[in-house]
Design a protein around this ligand. Structure first.
Ligand SMILES: Cc1cc2nc3c(=O)[nH]c(=O)nc-3n(C[C@H](O)[C@H](O)[C@H](O)COP(=O)(O)OP(=O)(O)OC[C@H]3O[C@@H](n4cnc5c(N)ncnc54)[C@H](O)[C@@H]3O)c2cc1C
Length: 506
């Protein structure tokens, strides 16, 4: 072992972020002799509403050596192919943000430019006809893609819906089996070095001390180490992402389990519907300046697709980001590091992505400030990219039927988003920046879905004769429609491969 290697890590907090961190570290540091301890308090509990994810979570599970079917079974999980947005652009309008990509690029020009060209010449085929995940979603179909880069499945991608509480339990079992020690107790104070300010130990309410060399703050909105102890400020992004409260409630499972999340815009926010095997997760995310809590709860309960099965839970948050994710010998992950609201299910991904970066910038006991600075730069850039994508949904709307939507339309968006939108509006080009989590297809789906229509298209599309391009487009959508039809039903797939067995943890 390098004589400067970190010998002990303390993870403060055992929500999804804490257990994701413990699980990843237990794998990455296997055989190094580094001790990993996680401290959590059952009395305080977790937020535990993160139920929808995005495709990179597959890679996370693979790195951890998690068997997919066992994971889906243990978390009452279902598969997710995208998000349906209802009433976002206009009341009564719907569009789909599919995972994966649309069609296939034509030589040097992106696929969507040929689609724009065909549209300019009168072809009214919607872009979604070229997405296998969108086609499968509306047929309630799901299948695992074969590992064949020439197959139409090469354009297909999926994620999961799951019960967040069961996910943390699953990761806990996984971590403990790999040597992570769990300490139950309430952190009462944090001890720091008198001169450097580095954190030295967590002191629990019963007087026990948990010492470490490196600390991960996963204490959720409390941010006990990074905020309360080290005083790293929080940047408030409410001016761009105005929703600040949510009410979550479970309802009965749906007869047909759809392989997608539904997000329905209301007068002062939006409602999620997430189908799990044993229940449906629902929640109303809203802005407290425009609607009272009781009214928000009434709206939520009036818009359930199945019978309510539990009590509503109220949550408060401030959208934004911790100014530094890494300070001294503390790195923060999860809600302690920021929250951008759940519209595109990005929170658990940001935990995963923070961990990936941390492992590639893993410190030794010198804690080189340049390493922390680079980590902070990369994390900040990623949060900003996600923020811009979310703001697009709120700002690019035709809705003017409530004060909330009028305020969203009138907001001054970040310059980075304004530039991206303007470029797309003019010629259909999509600017991709470093650390963009969402790629071309996602921006395309949401820009078009929110009513932004390019005025022209790439002139290089003319390199392929229009009749030839039209024939290729027809071929693509025919293959996609046929492939989606041939896929098994989502419910049947789950029944056959990963039906939940309550209580099973592997
Ligand atoms: C309304 C809403 C909907 C969401 N939906 C999604 C979604 O669909 N997809 C998604 O990816 N994410 C979603 N999220 C985010 C997701 O829930 C969180 O990112 C994720 O659960 C990580 O939370 P966490 O572990 O940081 O915090 P928490 O779950 O709050 O966990 C904090 C931990 O710290 C412990 N702790 C705190 N203080 C102390 C103390 N003094 N002593 C000891 N222990 C302490 C707690 O006991 C707990 O174990 C949503 C969030 C909200 C608010």
């Amino acid at each position: 072992m390098n004589d400067k290697a970190i010998r002990s890590i303390v993870v403060a907090g055992g929500g999804s972020a804490g257990w994701m961190a413990a699980a990843a570290l237990s794998v990455a540091l296997q055989g190094t002799g580094c001790q990993i301890v996680l401290v959590e308090s059952e009395e305080i509990g977790t937020v535990g509403v993160g139920e929808a994810t995005i495709p990179p979570i597959q890679a996370f599970n693979q790195v951890l050596g998690i068997d997919e079917a066992a994971f889906v079974r243990a978390t009452q999980g279902t598969f997710k192919l995208g998000i349906e947005f209802v009433n976002w652009w206009r009341q009564g309008h719907r569009y789909f943000h599919p995972f994966g990509r649309y069609g296939d690029d034509f030589g040097m020009t992106p696929f969507h430019q040929q689609w724009l060209r065909a549209r300019a010449h009168g072809d009214r085929t919607p872009l979604g006809a070229y997405s296998l995940t969108e086609a499968a979603s509306f047929l309630n179909r799901f299948d695992k893609p074969p590992n064949d880069p020439r197959s139409v499945f090469a354009t297909y991608s999926y994620a999961y819906h799951f019960d967040a509480g069961l996910y943390a339990r699953f990761l806990r079992a996984h971590s403990e089996a790999r040597g992570v020690t769990r300490v139950e107790g309430k952190i009462a104070s944090v001890e720091q070095h008198g001169e450097t300010g580095f954190v030295e130990a967590l002191v629990l309410a019963d007087g026990r001390r948990v010492e470490g060399e490196f600390f991960l703050d996963c204490t959720g909105f409390r941010a006990l180490l990074i905020g309360e102890t080290l005083g790293v400020p929080y940047d408030d992004w409410t001016r761009w992402l105005p929703c600040d409260r949510a009410i979550a409630v479970p309802s009965a499972k749906l007869d047909a389990i759809s392989p997608y999340t539904r997000s329905t815009a209301h007068q002062s926010g939006w409602q999620w519907r997430i189908p799990l095997q044993h229940r449906t997760g629902n929640g109303h995310v809203y802005c407290s300046s425009f609607i009272e809590d009781d009214e928000a709860e009434r709206v939520l309960l009036a818009n359930l697709d199945s019978a309510q099965t539990g009590d509503p839970r109220r949550l408060r948050f401030t959208t934004g980001q911790r100014q530094k994710a890494w300070s001294h010998n503390v790195v923060t992950l999860g809600l302690a590091s920021g929250f951008l609201e759940p519209l595109e299910s990005t929170s658990l991904h940001l935990v995963q992505s923070g961990l990936t970066k941390l492992l590639s910038w893993f410190p030794d006991r010198d804690f080189d400030p340049a390493v922390a600075a680079e980590y902070n730069r990369q994390v900040a850039r990623e949060y900003e990219a996600v923020r811009d994508f979310l703001v697009l949904h709120y700002n690019a709307t035709d809705r003017d039927d409530s004060p909330f939507w009028r305020a969203c339309r009138a907001m001054a968006v970040p310059d980075s988003l304004a530039a991206k939108t303007e470029m797309f509006r003019t010629n259909g080009r999509l600017l991709e920046r470093e650390k963009d989590l969402f790629h071309e297809a996602s921006w395309l789906a949401v820009m078009l879905g929110q009513g932004i229509s390019p005025e022209s298209y790439d002139t290089l599309t003319a390199a392929i004769p229009a009749t030839e391009a039209a024939a290729v487009l027809t071929g693509m959508r025919t293959v996609i429609a046929r492939t989606a039809q041939a896929m098994p039903g989502h419910g049947d797939f789950i029944q056959r491969h990963c039906r939940a067995t309550p209580g099973e943890i592997s």
